[in-house]
Design a protein around this ligand. Structure first.
Ligand SMILES: [Zn+2]
Length: 127
């Protein structure tokens, strides 16, 4: 029978078994190497509140930066598809692998075989 994906949608690497993690959304147990993982960095307060706090602060703006939230989200495949974090891709596009930001600009990234994860699609009215 033909295979949909060479790695069966996982990154098991001859491990035999990988630890299950809970999906962030529905709490389903999903193997860690199969989970859709996204690392999120966001500000604790919104932009306008941040400005107000910075103006009221006694510390100089360039010496003190507001704390940020660093969250690692892990989703099951169903939730990843439902929340449009990952999408169904055509047979050829499935070959494109995702890389993280730190490998961008390397020789591998320039071949077009890889695509950056977490990339937001630009709207046409944005520059
Ligand atoms: Zn889920």
């Amino acid at each position: 029978m033909p295979k949909k994906r060479r790695n069966n949608g996982r990154n098991k690497m001859h491990k035999g078994h990988s630890d299950p993690v809970h999906c962030e959304n529905c709490k389903r147990l999903v193997p860690k190497d199969k989970a859709v993982k996204r690392f999120l960095i966001k500000n604790m307060v919104d932009q306008s509140s941040k400005r107000d706090i910075e103006e009221a602060s006694v510390y100089p703006k360039d010496e003190y930066s507001m704390p940020r939230l660093f969250i690692k989200n892990q989703y099951c495949v169903s939730c990843g598809i439902h929340a449009r974090i990952v999408r169904v891709r055509s047979n050829e596009n499935r070959r494109i692998r995702y890389i993280s930001n730190f490998r961008e600009g390397t020789e591998e990234a320039s071949h077009g075989l890889y695509k950056r994860a977490n990339q937001r699609s630009k709207k046409p009215n944005e520059k």
